[in-house]
Every structure is written in structure tokens, then in C-alpha cells.
Design a protein around this ligand. Sequence first.
Ligand SMILES: C[S@@+](CC[C@H](N)C(=O)[O-])C[C@H]1O[C@@H](n2cnc3c(N)ncnc32)[C@H](O)[C@@H]1O
Length: 266
Amino acid sequence: MSYQHRVVIPDRSFSIRLRSGPGPTIYLRSVPTATPDLFPARTGDGSLTLRSTLLDEPYHSMHGAVQESTHVFIKNGLEHLALPHMQVLEVGLGTGLNLLLTWIRCAEGKCTVDYTALEPFPLGREQLVALDHCNELAWPGLQEPFLQRMTSDGTGPWESAHGLCFRKLPMAVQDFRAEAVADLIYFDAFGPPTQPEMWTLEVFQRMHDALKPGGVLVTYCAKGEVRRAMQQAGFMVERLPGPPGKREMLRGRRRNADDTDGADGR
Ligand SMILES: C[S@@+](CC[C@H](N)C(=O)[O-])C[C@H]1O[C@@H](n2cnc3c(N)ncnc32)[C@H](O)[C@@H]1O
């Protein structure tokens, strides 16, 4: 079955395919206004996530949403790379928590970021307001630009605000093709048991292509088959300590001219 028919959440299954063939497939409005299967849930560190009753899978670790996102994507991605300006690509924008944590680093003056997020099933305003990420993170000043960009039907890019320029593409990662556009990829799909089609060699080859030489992809998942798919796609892969509740996570790096073979932690 192609991705267009194999959807994650049955009641969010419709989408209108505007364009296919070479280049990305563009979806017009993938999400009906009501998504009654999604409920806010408080995680172990006190922060909120969304839980889907149909998928029986939360958007973040129930041990702690902010804790997980900060550890995997910010500490081991953004802060590890530590460039003054970065092009970040996120796979699975979801509730926008990774976006906000990145935005806060920008607002603090630590870096500037061009942030592109892929999300074929964008959330509605009510769900984002219910999660109240900006106030929960004590950054009420980001609420207005965050909600405006997250809920707009447009794709941006929006004018840079607080050091971050945002663009969102309502497309599946399987339809995304780009060469050397990102310094950093936040790979934040639902887990392999829920969405195996996100964790394939083909997807990781696309991700590898999308990274600039020396760029990195971080993901919370540390499964052996995922690590091997990443290695086969060309990444040098490191296993790193995971966030609380998870032993390990993965970081893959696209080789650059200075890299020697065998440095991939196999
Ligand atoms: C684990 S959640 C992401 C959590 C998110 N990063 C956050 O901070 O809230 C996975 C996301 O992937 C999205 N998704 C599902 N299928 C996808 C696909 N084929 N390509 C890209 N994203 C997809 C889902 O709609 C969901 O929002």
C-alpha cells in the first residue's frame, strides 16, 4: 500500500493529493477540524503531551515530554552541533515542542535557526491551546508567533522572530526530497511498531541526502534495525545515553571530507 492509503489515524485519513510524480506530493488540508482521539496527558516531569486513543501512543515519552525533547533534540542535537546559525529540519512537527525548545535557545541569543518542519497531520488550535506549551515553558512572549505559525494554512517561511525563521510543509517524509539543505535533523516520528514506514532505509537515505556533509540526525529511537538502516544509508552512527526511562538514543552524522571509515561505532 502506498503512504497515501496507509494512514496513521483512521479518522484523520483523508487528504487531497494536489501533485505527485517527480518532486513532493502536496497535500491540501490533511486534517479535519475535530480530532477527538487526541487528549492532553501530563507526563512524569510535569509537562504535557498529547495521547492518541486510537494509536495508543503519546507524542512524547510519558517519563517526561520536555525532558525527552531537551535531551534528545536540544542537548544532543542543537547544542552538540553548536553552530551560530543552523538549518534545522524536523520530521513530525506534532505539538511543536521541539520547535519551541529550539526557539527559546534562539530567543536567549544562543543561535539563530531556519526551521523547516514536515507534518502531514497538523494539529488544530484547540489542541495547541490546551497544551499551552509556551506558558508551561514560561515563555508567554512566544505564544502569539507560535500559535500563528502553527495554525496558519500557509507554509511560510514567516519573517524571522526572536532569531528563528519558520516554515512548515504539509507533506509526508516519504515525499520529501532535498540535497544538502540541513545542518541538523530532528527525526521525531511515532515509533517503529506504530509507523514502520517511517524507519526504512529509503527514508534514511532521503534524510542523509538532505543533510549537509558533517550534519547530524538525532532520534530518540535506538532499535538495532533502525541503527542498521541508518548505517546502510551512509550515516556514521553513535549510540548515546537516552533520556530518563530510555537506555539509549541515536545520533547519525553525514560524513565530510575529513572523516575516516570505521568511525561509526558499529
Ligand atoms: C511523535 S509525534 C512528533 C512530536 C513532535 N515532534 C512534538 O514536539 O510534539 C510524530 C509526528 O509525526 C507525524 N507524522 C505522521 N506521519 C508522518 C509522515 N509520513 N511524515 C512526517 N510526519 C509524520 C505525526 O502526525 C506526528 O505529529
